[in-house]
Design a protein around this ligand. Sequence first.
Ligand code: GAP
Length: 452
Amino acid sequence: MSPSSYPDVMEKLVSLCKRRGFIFQSSEIYGGTGSVWDYGPLGVELKRNIKDRWWNAMVRSRDDIEGLDAAILMHPKVWEASGHVAGFTDPLIDCHNCKKRFRADDPKIKGTPGAPDAQCPACGMKGTLSEPRMFNLMFKTFMGPVEESASVVYLRPETAQGIYVNFLNVQQSTRQKIPFGIAQIGKAFRNEITPGNFIFRTREFEQMEMQFFVDPDGDHMQWFEYWKAQRMAWHRALGLTEARLLFHQHTLEELAHYARAAFDIQFDFGGTLGFQEIEGVHHRGDFDLGRHQEYSGKKLEYFDQPNNRRFVPFVVETSVGADRTALAVLVNAYREETVEGETEGRTVLGLHPSLAPIKAGVFPLVKKDGMPEFAERLAADLRTSFPVFYDESGAIGRRYRRQDEVGTPFCVTVDGQTIADGTVTLRDRDTLAQERVAADRVGAVIAERVAE
Ligand code: GAP
């Protein structure tokens, strides 16, 4: 893979995210938990906005997709049927000396693991690396008071299976006709061996998945193409730069055990990371419903009444990570620039206004002459419609910069003229243009631009 032409902003982003309350390392005061992250006050808003956009596009605005919130813990047989117990594995190598673990394909390993010439990439010892063994990525826990093999349950590694096992419950309760879909947003867990790159690959993450059930004797490849196009359009509408997005078709070797065909939507994260998967669109055939029929002994057939046929539908899946999308959005939005006529540059998160955690900063120009009182009243009023940050501390330029850095698309300043004629200045984060708007209209103007 050739390195990206976009800069590597990850280190700066990790620091900004911590400093400004987007994302913190989990359990930081104890030294952190490996590849688990917590979303702070601004991060939780950003991720919620991403999830809302997905839910609106996939569920609320359509009459052929139903929502679901299935539990994380499921019957252990689900994971036998899905193929995860047998096949959701990565080859793993242990170092007997330093106890570190590596994926067998780690390019830093020199020599043949298991042989005396193999050198550990962490401690440098020779002959201490084990032969590769298969390591299952599912987290295990126990249900009930007894910790024995009979009570093992798994933390789900994908949300999709909750949808398959509820296929008939949803279809029969909603009386949906094929083709139709079921969508879910929820946590998934994978004991990744080589996690990293901030929130790109973590051990606990959120997925936004939709399974679309189609007639196996119908136009299922057309639906596959339809969902590829829909999902790419969704990423573009988030503001991700077109040149940073592409489709990658899975080769036969890359195809997951359940897939007949698969395309990744990849985003260019910049630097050496470059293009990486953010979403998968998979043609899963009847693999999952077929296997659940086999393992549960229950029929999962759709009854096509007009034609008096019963069949197990094919599935087209769209599966995107909420956290990975948040990272793509942040990387895409991060920029440092010089400002004409100013010595200090600025850092900007050029987030799409609908994704920005704070929609408007509200400031009194100075802390006197009734300006703070007016601005505080205005902020409270605007807060009934969208998130607002009130700030009266420091020079006005610094207050603008603080909002630019967290992606706030608009700043409203109350000044001397406000008290005289009831107008405020409305500043645009990207163009830096300032216009005078009546204070009692500014909320509507901002709401309109956020919705664009
Ligand atoms: N149900 C299909 C499925 O889970 P996947 O390609 O393994 O497919 C789908 O995962 C998406 O979930 C990925 O494109 C990515 O956005 C997200 N994802 C997967 N593993 C992840 C991890 N360890 N950390 C963060 N996001 C992850």
